[in-house]
Design a protein around this ligand. Structure first.
Ligand SMILES: [Fe+2]
Length: 417
């Protein structure tokens, strides 16, 4: 059995490939743009580094070029890789704008010193102050709400109203979350630290971890599917992930949305955002793009590309997003998520909200075979603890038995492929 596992884990690590940046569309140039000024247009070009890659983006940038005469050159990549790339390109970077998701990542970019402030009356007027950097280093262009999702067959939504309720012992063994390494959860916890302080947040995490249906794992999509499949009753996830299941009633019809904390601070929101880079060679064009993205027409494409919420009032919502209902949002400045990020990670790890090595192994095994399986381990200090020798497939269960239970500190954990 151990050999089998070793072989599997070797395969697992071999499949982790270094993710290369996807170079899309046009190549960028670091030459200064030449201003063309035909018919009052600005002309020239703007170089965007973006972690967005949605179908509506082409139309978004085409509209900008039409209106301003500015050609858009786009490089797409993963968020943190783009930040690293801009850092390493330094003064020679052709990048004018960075577009990325999560205020925590915008903060990382800000800490790396790559943004320059933009003073624009248009942006400060149109974008609510809690959704942009206090010194205008970056601006939020779409909102994502991180909410509680529930299995409609198992949960009466009137029974749960707040993030704090997820720590109520009545939900023991029912809650699904992804790991603390994920920036969305880090920002959720950072926001709670900002409003309730560290002590209250630690208490909440400890209660939440004690209620988990399985060790923190997967992603928002995986946890939504697990709610639909009844592996847990409740999950923390962003609404746009559920919107993606609109055409899939097996999931969409089984999962409901609760916007938490409507009676007090409101639901946690995060942003996709953009800022102008300190070494931007095309500053005028960069500012024109940032202002363009705050137009209602651009907002529609920007937000709807990923079923998110626009930040500028008067922008129509996607009907699926609208079907989740209106909600009161938390207006803590999203820049606090980055500021409190290190503290959030520290207390999440200390309190057991972790993605363990064993979770990784388990996910690998789950994908490997079509049988239901089980790990044997222990809940210890909020962590699911096994050693390699303890990991074994002890049962193959029929689908109807897929569940988890705790017996005398031994945790049996079943899942499907
Ligand atoms: Fe996402």
């Amino acid at each position: 059995m151990n050999n089998h596992i070793n072989k599997l884990s070797r395969r697992f690590f071999l499949t982790i490939s270094t993710a290369a940046l996807i170079v899309a569309c046009n190549s960028v140039s670091n030459e200064q743009s030449t201003t063309q000024n035909t018919e009052g247009q600005i002309g020239g070009q703007v170089n965007i580094y973006s972690s967005r890659h949605y179908n509506t983006d082409d139309q978004l940038y085409e509209g900008f070029t039409e209106q301003t005469g500015i050609k858009v050159n786009l490089i797409e990549g993963k968020d943190d890789e783009l930040i690293e790339r801009i850092k390493s390109e330094g003064a020679n970077s052709p990048a004018d704008i960075l577009i990325t998701v999560d205020a925590g990542r915008l903060w990382r970019a800000e800490q790396a010193g790559i943004f320059a402030p933009v003073e624009s009356a248009i942006l400060t007027e149109k974008i609510p102050s809690h959704l942009r950097h206090p010194e205008n280093l970056w601006f939020g262009y779409s909102k994502r709400a991180r909410v509680i999702m529930y299995n409609k067959d198992k949960v009466n939504p009137a029974e749960i109203a707040t993030y704090e309720d997820l720590a109520d012992p009545k939900w023991k063994g029912k809650v699904l979350v992804r790991s603390s390494s994920n920036i969305y959860n880090q920002s959720l916890v950072a926001g709670m630290i900002e409003e309730k302080g560290e002590e209250a947040t630690v208490e909440w995490i400890e209660g939440l971890v004690a209620n988990l249906a399985r060790p923190p794992q997967s992603n928002d999509t995986g946890n939504i599917e697990a709610v639909a499949a009844g592996i847990g009753d409740l999950a923390i996830a962003n609404t746009y992930y559920l919107a993606r299941y609109e055409e899939n009633p097996e999931v969409f019809d089984k999962v409901g949305v609760i916007f938490p904390n409507q009676e007090n601070r409101g639901s946690h929101v995060n942003i996709s955002g953009a800022g102008m880079l300190a070494n931007a060679p095309n500053r005028e064009q960069a500012i024109a793009l940032l202002e363009y993205l705050a137009n209602v027409e651009a907002q529609e494409f920007f937000a709807l590309g990923n079923n998110e919420y626009p930040v500028v009032e008067g922008t129509p919502l996607n009907p699926v997003v609208e079907s989740f209902g209106n909600f009161k949002e938390d207006t803590t400045n999203v820049s606090s998520y980055g500021k409190n990020n290190a503290d959030a990670v520290k207390i999440m790890d200390r309190s057991g909200w972790k993605y363990s090595h064993h979770s990784k192994l388990y996910e690998k095994f789950s994908r490997f075979s079509s049988f239901y399986k089980c790990f044997v381990g222990r809940w210890y200090g909020g962590n699911f603890v096994t050693s390699r020798s303890q990991i074994s497939f002890v049962h193959c269960l029929p689908a109807s038995r897929a569940s988890n239970c705790c017996r005398e500190n031994i945790f049996y954990w079943y899942s499907t492929t």
